[in-house]
Design a protein around this ligand. Structure first.
Ligand code: MTE
Ligand code: MO
Length: 513
């Protein structure tokens, strides 16, 4: 198909229509168009990604932050302060524009050498696509960037066709059209990018989680309700109120918009993620029970909730840990350490029962480590530090051993003594080992009978309810309860204090009938 593009093979090139790279780069008009295309590429990426790590500029900025010479970083921090950060961002934007401009320049030149209409546009789209994709791993923003580049190249090439005779010469027309397009794409990018991706507004602590489909959360909670035993006075599988334990009298107030978390220490790549990096990923909903190592044997510091978040694994893999241990650190300066293995099932939770995390439970983001004592489920999480040797933990420095798996327990929290019948009930929890049965003795541990037990939730790390009804023996007696783990292991009888490694033994109570 013959083409009327300037410089196509049909028309011998004139001095005004350069065809070689050298000629193109010395052609100020083409350079301008390429620069506008560069701007449109960055703006296109921003339109789709907003101010997130999916924006092509973010990894460039991170690259600068880690590769700037020490003295420059020190200068930026100590002298420039916030300005240093802005300069780094502006430089990163400049590099991004440069990358797309180069792609456009090469594409325009190549397009002029090929005898096909629109080749320049196609080339520019294809050349602009891989870099943002390789930098961010995000497809849509990369495609939007390429579209921005292609649009500028295309519009300016059409406007520059010699057949449009007007007062202005084709090259000027092409530059003005390129500029106008770049401005248009930038305005659009600014508007779209600022607008959080549909429904992704950042809600405050304990507010409705707007980023997830409420029907999904509803379905999971309904599922839990259906699996629950309905016993008057006994909490369901999902706790109606969730205990709170932390070292603070005033909880840290962390702004989700400014929250970020790093994976540092013995890693191949330092990873930094922000709130939107989590929201942008497909949310998972998981039930997890937490239990505090410092509670009483039949205490109230064991509760279950539906948590929304993402697996920590993906980010961990990106960091490529080079050590066997991790230390989780938080905005309240709390820290706990444990073997890396345990973190592989770890969950970065930002939602709780359909709401954002309440402030007291770690808003905006906390860790959940299935099957482990509460203390390593670090709230207000800010950092995961990988280490070759086990670092210390806040509680371990104070003599506790609460970083391991929870002990199995069956609690007795419900007691209704009728003239004819007695009803007892509670919750049992064995971490990821799972509870398969609860046994009750009404004669101080001589004989045992299986209690009625609730259904299970699909996530292993959850408590179950139990209830047991028996004829009132008409005399004072001792009720003992014990859990059976999924593999048949009977909960150990041995009584241990909470300090240092958690309460153990069978719960018992005396009932005056
Ligand atoms: N940042 C931070 N995270 C923390 C704590 C803390 O003091 N600070 N306490 C831990 C302890 S001891 C427990 S038992 C659990 C309790 O979680 P909850 O308050 O959401 O029930 O949080 C853990 N995470
Ligand atoms: Mo705890």
């Amino acid at each position: 198909m013959p083409t009327d593009e300037p410089g196509s093979a049909d028309e011998p090139a004139t001095a005004d229509e350069p065809t070689s790279i050298r000629e193109t780069v010395t052609d100020v008009y083409v350079l301008l168009v390429a620069a506008f295309a560069g701007v449109a590429g960055v703006a296109g990426s921003y339109a789709a990604a907003g101010f997130t790590t999916a924006w092509v500029v973010t990894p460039l900025d991170t690259f600068l932050a880690f590769n700037m010479p020490d003295f420059a970083i020190r200068f930026a921090i100590t002298v420039l302060g916030d300005l240093g950060q802005k300069l780094s961002l502006i430089t990163a934007i400049g590099i991004g524009v440069g990358i797309f401009a180069t792609a456009a320049l090469v594409a325009i030149t190549a397009g002029r050498r090929v005898d096909v209409s629109g080749a320049g546009i196609l080339f520019s789209v294809w050349l602009a696509l891989p870099v943002p994709f390789l930098l961010t791993g995000a497809v849509v923003p990369a495609a939007a960037a390429a579209a921005g580049v292609g649009l500028v190249v295309g519009v300016s090439s059409i406007a520059g066709r010699p057949r449009y005779r007007g007062g202005v010469d084709p090259e000027r027309r092409s530059v003005v059209a390129g500029l106008a397009t770049a401005v248009g794409v930038s305005i659009l990018g600014g508007l779209l990018g600022r607008e959080p991706v549909a429904g992704r507004t950042v809600a405050g602590a304990g507010e409705t989680l707007e980023t997830v489909d409420p029907s999904e959360v509803r379905a999971r909670l309904d599922e839990a309700e259906q699996s629950s035993l309905s016993v008057d006075g006994l909490d369901g599988l999902v706790s109606s109120s969730f205990y709170e334990v932390d070292i603070n009298s005033v909880d840290p107030a962390v702004d989700a918009e400014n929250w970020s978390m790093t994976i540092t220490g013995a890693v191949e790549n330092e990873v930094e993620l922000d709130y939107r990096d989590l929201l942008d990923r497909e949310p998972e909903h998981q039930f997890h029970t937490l239990r505090c190592v410092g509670e009483d044997l039949n205490g109230e510091k064991m509760d279950n909730a539906l948590w929304t978040g993402v697996s920590v694994m993906e980010f961990l893999e990106e960091a490529n840990p080079q050590g066997e241990y991790v230390q989780l650190r938080a905005a309240d300066d709390f820290y706990e350490s444990f073997p890396l293995d345990a973190l592989e099932d770890g969950f970065l939770a930002y939602g709780m029962n359909g709401d954002t995390l309440p402030q007291g439970h770690g808003y905006p983001v906390r860790a959940l480590i299935p099957g482990h004592w509460g203390e390593i489920n670090v709230k207000w999480l800010t950092e995961i530090r990988v280490a070759e040797e086990e670092p210390s933990g806040y509680w371990e420095e104070r003599g506790w051993h609460g970083t391991g798996p929870v002990k199995t327990v069956a609690k007795l929290h419900h007691e209704r003594v009728g003239d004819d019948q007695i009803e007892v009930g509670g919750h049992a929890y064995a971490g990821v080992r799972g509870v398969s049965a609860v046994e009750v003795s009404t004669d101080g541990g001589e004989t045992w009978t299986e209690a009625e037990i609730s259904g299970t939730l699909p996530d292993a790390d959850t408590q179950r309810q139990w209830v047991y009804r028996y004829d009132n023996p008409g005399e004072r007696h001792e009720v003992v309860v014990r859990a059976i783990e999924a593999d048949g292991t009977v909960q150990p009888d041995e009584r241990t204090d909470a300090y240092p490694s958690g309460p153990g033994g069978w719960v018992s109570t005396t009932i005056d009938a």
